[in-house]
Write a protein that binds this ligand. Structure first.
Ligand code: GP9
Ligand code: MN
Length: 676
């Protein structure tokens, strides 16, 4: 044994590296280029520079996969390596593209959702395809060039004579395993747990590298399919325990206040709260929304909780008070489960439930998904005359006008209703500028000068400020969307549809705008037409937390009959809408994960990526760090871990309900038990 070990050490000592590389040119090129691409991807996405751990993981995996090349004859080795290279390159290209759009990484479980993204054709080509996403293609090209050079020099025949195939295979495989062992020895328990859960994908690529991440993702995605078959009992047990304590509904001044009234919900595409607070040259970006928010009940710290399913996730969470799945979109992959929704609970109270959206009914699988949410009728693109187009399709102004006519008819024929109108014009990439109408996002100033006739004249100077930025274009687009909302309110009023009706408006999610534009918005210096110096005492630092907090969206409840003039400042998520509305309209959800905000002074908003927010703390789950939002607030020791537990419990319960169809299955189990 001792001798064997000595021999082994001697072998390592005498190892002729030069000779080894010379006889493995193609393999070395493959390893090196794969590593460079893995690093490049991290540079371009998570800006993770030279961290050793993901490099170790990359080396280990590339060696392991590459080692099998030695089982092939030298002349066939190129074929094996080029196939693997193409796969590795595809992983990098797809993830780079995916990150540009979602700020996250691709997953096998998301294939169906990613195809939906391709459907947004226009915004993909204009917004997404960038040269940097295809830079990775150099790898297979280099491999092809080197291979043809080697062939010319009769390299492969020379190599065969010198090598021991089996030995090389085992040596490479063992090296890969050994490096993996070293790597895994440094993995912390948090990292293990996240690798197991697989939803914090940004974190995983940062720590494990893209190749190991993707391999783990493949196993996890297959595992999820298996789990649906096997993990049921455990999930059902957790579900029963979680809901065993009956939800207590405390009454408050809003209880049953709007019972029996019609409800019009406006799902306002990409409307972010920043737009409501913004003015240019004394003019509001969104004067109508601002007016409605002042007159109605305005929830000014409301956050969307979407995952990959964006618009559809918001529809899901708003309607069911459940969080979306973190792999895939409920609307696409899990629409055929049973959910408790606002629509269904109102139907029990005699409401007719209607949805309206002028896009293709297949988008986000709404044709099926809306039935599953409990809508009696879905009016989609084919029900509208496409007489004016902006961005993705029919303009909001035309959509609203036609929708009011339909709604009037519905009301006359079927009575009391719950109707959701999903707008479309304010969708990324906000570049239909000539259709939005005039709205300048510059700074205008009047200066008095003297002309050639010595007369005093007033001249207007313009400083470009937000002109020609994406955020500036967004404000122009919001200005149009807001004008359309103003027209909607008027048309509803003219049609007599505002009497005895409550209007509910929410921004469906943020508009994915670049951080650099927010830096300009807050720190513009008109004299230099540039950003203020960071040392300047008025400089606003747009860090991770500021950006995340700015992603909030408006939530407004408004009635023509009564002015509430109420602002609710407690932080709130999309999942709090159902219980809050339930209290006001007199329905009581059983499975809601959110809260009636009118009963709370503080709240926890759980985001799909594991981040959470209270009135005082924003917690960043990727970094396991947090920011205290009020300077005089002192964080209690247990608070972070308690809130982490609260959030992961809700993510887990929602995920299990969706995956295992627990509402349906557990209810039918109960019926069986009670019936027997
Ligand atoms: C598409 C519209 C936009 O019909 O609802 O969806 P999004 O891209 O925001 O998820
Ligand atoms: Mn949307």
């Amino acid at each position: 044994m001792k001798n064997k070990f000595k021999n082994f050490i001697n072998k390592i000592k005498n190892f002729n590296f030069k000779e080894y590389t010379k006889t493995n040119v193609l393999f070395f090129t493959f390893v090196l280029t794969s590593l460079i691409n893995g690093m490049l991807l991290r540079f371009l996405t998570v800006h993770n520079y030279f961290e050793i751990k993901p490099i170790l993981a990359d080396v280990a995996l590339v060696l392991l996969v590459g080692s099998f090349v030695y089982l092939f004859k030298p002349k066939n080795r190129f074929k094996y390596l080029i196939i693997i290279s193409v796969i590795f390159t595809a992983i990098c290209v797809i993830n780079s593209l995916y990150y540009t759009y979602y700020m996250s990484f691709a997953s096998f479980s998301l294939i169906a959702v990613s195809l939906q993204v391709v459907d947004v054709g226009d915004s993909i080509t204009k917004n997404l395809l960038q040269v940097k996403d295809f830079i990775f293609l150099w790898q297979p090209i280099i491999l092809i060039i080197i291979h043809s050079r080697l062939k010319i020099n009769d390299y492969y025949n020379t190599v065969t004579k010198k090598e021991n195939k089996r030995k090389r295979f085992i040596a490479t495989l063992v090296s890969g395993l050994a490096i993996y062992a070293i790597f895994f020895a440094t993995v912390t328990s948090t990292e293990y747990s996240r690798l197991n859960k697989q939803w914090n994908r940004e974190f995983l690529v940062t720590k494990f590298g893209v190749y190991t991440y993707q391999l783990n993702d493949l196993f996890k995605s297959l595992d999820a399919k298996f789990n649906t078959l096997f993990g049921y009992d455990n999930a059902a047990k957790e579900f029963r325990e979680f809901y065993s304590e009956k939800k207590e509904y405390k009454e408050n001044e809003w209880t049953n206040k709007f019972e029996g009234k019609n409800i019009i919900v406006l799902h306002a595409e990409s409307i972010q709260s920043v737009a409501l607070n913004q003015q240019f040259n004394g003019l509001d970006v969104a004067p109508n929304l601002k007016k409605l928010s002042k007159e109605g009940i305005y929830f000014s710290n409301y956050y969307s909780q979407t995952s990959a399913g964006t618009s559809s996730d918001t529809e899901f969470t708003f309607s069911s008070s459940l969080l979306p799945v973190t792999n895939g979109a409920v609307a696409v992959s899990y629409w055929n489960r049973e959910y408790e929704t606002i629509q269904k609970l109102l139907k029990e109270k005699g409401y007719r439930t209607i949805s309206m959206h002028a896009n293709n009914g297949e988008f986000w699988n709404r044709n099926n998904f809306h039935k599953s949410l409990g809508y009696d009728k879905f009016y989609s693109k084919s029900d509208y005359v496409i007489d004016e187009e902006i961005g993705l399709g029919l303009s909001d102004k035309s959509f609203f006008k036609q929708s009011v006519e339909k709604l009037k008819k519905e009301y006359e024929e079927n009575g009391k209703f719950y109707a959701t109108l999903i707008s479309l014009s304010n969708h990324t990439p906000f570049d239909d500028l000539d259709k939005y109408g005039e709205f300048d996002v510059d700074i205008k100033e009047e200066v008095k000068t003297v002309n050639e006739n010595n007369e005093e004249v007033t001249e207007t100077i313009s400083y470009p400020y937000m002109e020609d930025t994406q955020l500036g274009n967004y404000f122009k687009s919001v200005h149009y969307a807001d004008e359309a909302i103003g027209e909607l309110v008027n048309e509803l009023d003219l049609a007599g549809l505002l009497d005895n009706t409550i209007l509910v408006i929410y921004g469906d999610h943020d508009a994915k705008l670049p951080k650099k534009d927010f830096i300009r918005l807050y720190n513009y210096d008109k004299l230099t037409n540039d950003i203020k110096d960071e040392e300047d005492e008025t400089y606003v630092n747009v860090d991770y937390y500021k950006y995340e907090l700015d992603r909030k969206v408006p939530f407004i409840i408004w009635s023509k009959d009564e002015k509430f003039e109420t602002e609710v400042k407690t932080v709130m998520g999309m999942y709090d809408a159902m219980p809050t509305l339930g209290n006001m309209f007199g329905f009581k959800p059983v499975y809601a994960l959110g809260n009636d905000i009118m009963n709370l002074n503080d709240n926890i908003v759980t985001f799909a990526n594991g981040n959470w927010l209270t009135n005082n703390i924003y917690y960043n789950s990727q970094k396991d760090q947090y920011k205290v939002l009020n300077t005089d607030y002192i964080v209690n020791n247990d608070e972070i871990s308690k809130n982490n537990e609260y959030s992961s419990k809700r993510l887990e319960i929602a995920n299990d309900i969706i995956l295992y169809d627990l509402i349906k299955n557990e209810n039918s189990r109960l019926e069986r038990v009670e019936g027997s």
